[in-house]
Design a protein around this ligand. Structure first.
Ligand code: FAD
Length: 403
């Protein structure tokens, strides 16, 4: 009896997780409740707010979120987003995108989800903000970690949950130029003062190679989220230079019609800008020695509705396999790799077309997108579309894991 109990808990295992957005705190929750000693280090000075709505769909997401004990709370904080409408330059509707298609079974703001996971774990998990891993040395028995600010420490395992541009991945698996597949578009997100007075609906306006979307997710009459997508060659600016991002956006969206001037005015004064390449992460392996990757760091896809679900499922499987293996990372990491790889790839496939969806390259392509979505929005094709995304989101057979 004692033997089994010992093998099924993670008591004493010390784990460092890099990144406190979705994957990091989700993994921390799954590990800490099984007795692991978990530290999460996040580069930002505090939990980052903002970001767009992310959604969950299908039975696998439901099982995972239920087992984490956050299914009800996600519903309590869901956006209840209604229709998203493609409009012309005058704001007249061209196509309705049903919420079923855009928002999954349940949708929540990324910042709200991160906050919920943080609140659930903060008493049992050590959070260190404003710092980052600097070096990792795995000597086979543990990992020596130095930080940019804090004192060096040693952990049994280190997990990279630090997103598309993961520092952990860079340190252990090589430069990101080898792993990040650029998909020819950039995306920016920030808050605007709800210029259209939207109430839980969204509008999308496209011109060749660029698109502006405005969505009100929470019914706040004074605030909405703007999402800008543009087609581009790879930019060479500093990834963390917000001033440079603002200049690029102002330039690329100059002269664009519809509500764009109001959106650009809000951009000039925002202090919370999300800006990134639309890209996918493809690595040969997700684990090496005592280090593993979870979420966007290992199988990210910037946007497209599948990244957050994949991150949460990945966290569930990684922690579950560690518990099943009684903390033996060799067995657990091999199982995690084998179980998550095809699933993650399937999720990335569904997300691959998001740039051209928002910002088709020509007027003709814009018209054919509109035609296609008019068809897709009609029954029974809407059902087909739902099944397609649900199949990817559910493309993994979950094992029973010790609680
Ligand atoms: C502020 C923000 C806004 C976002 N907005 C959108 C959006 O509008 N649309 C969209 O599709 N996706 C967005 N994303 C990405 C989305 O959250 C992910 O695709 C998905 O939820 C998977 O999350 P993740 O936890 O694996 O990675 P991410 O959400 O990217 O989180 C990575 C975390 O690691 C931290 N980090 C990075 N480097 C280091 C380091 N060296 N040391 C410590 N910590 C580090 C980051 O600050 C971040 O908190 C956003 C992410 C963030 C952080």
């Amino acid at each position: 009896m004692t033997h089994t109990t010992h093998h099924r808990t993670l008591g004493g295992l010390s784990v460092l997780i890099s990144g406190a957005s979705v994957a990091g705190p989700a993994l921390a929750l799954n590990l800490a409740r099984r007795g692991a000693r978990v530290t999460v280090v996040e580069r930002a000075p505090d939990l980052r707010a903002g970001g767009f709505a992310v959604d969950f769909r299908g039975p696998v997401h439901r099982t995972v979120l239920t087992s984490m004990g956050i299914w009800d709370e996600i519903h309590a904080r869901q956006t209840r987003m209604g229709r998203q409408v493609v409009v012309d330059a005058h704001g007249s509707p061209k196509v309705d995108l049903p919420s079923l298609m855009m928002s999954g079974d349940v949708e929540i703001l990324r910042g709200d989800l991160a906050h919920l996971l943080y609140e659930r774990t903060r008493e049992h998990v050590e959070y260190v903000f404003g710092d980052s891993v600097a070096t990792l040395t795995d000597d086979g028995d543990g990992v020596d970690v130095t930080f940019e600010r804090g004192a060096p420490r040693r952990f049994d395992l280190v997990i990279g949950a630090d997103g598309l541009h993961s520092r952990t991945r860079g340190l252990v698996f090589g430069d990101e130029s080898r792993h990040l597949r650029f998909l020819g578009h950039y995306v920016a997100g920030f808050d605007v003062p709800n210029p259209l007075g939207l109430d839980r609906t969204g509008r999308l306006y496209s011109e060749p190679g660029r698109a502006v979307s405005i969505g009100n997710y929470d019914g706040d009459p004074h605030r909405a989220g703007a999402l800008l997508v543009f087609r581009s060659e790879r930019l060479t600016h500093d990834r963390r230079d917000t001033g440079a991002h603002k200049r690029v956006l102002a330039e690329r969206f100059a002269g664009m019609g519809w509500e764009t001037p109001a959106v650009l005015e809000a951009l000039a004064s925002t202090d919370r800008l999300y800006f990134d390449a639309i890209a996918q992460v493809h690595v040969d392996r997700l684990t090496l020695g005592r280090v593993a990757l979870v979420g966007d760091a290992g199988y990210g896809a910037t946007m497209g509705g599948m990244g957050t679900g994949a991150a949460v499922v990945g966290a569930h499987v990684l922690a579950g396999e560690l518990a099943l293996a009684g903390g033996d990372h060799r067995t657990a990491f091999a199982e995690y790799e084998a179980r998550i790889r095809d699933f993650a790839r399937g999720c990335q496939k569904v997300s691959g077309n998001v740039g051209p969806f928002f910002a088709p390259p020509t007027e003709r392509r814009i018209r054919s997108r509109d035609r296609m979505y008019r068809l897709l929005a009609s029954r029974p094709l809407a059902g087909f579309f739902k099944r397609l995304t649900e199949r990817a989101a559910s493309g993994i057979r979950l094992r029973e894991y010790p609680a």
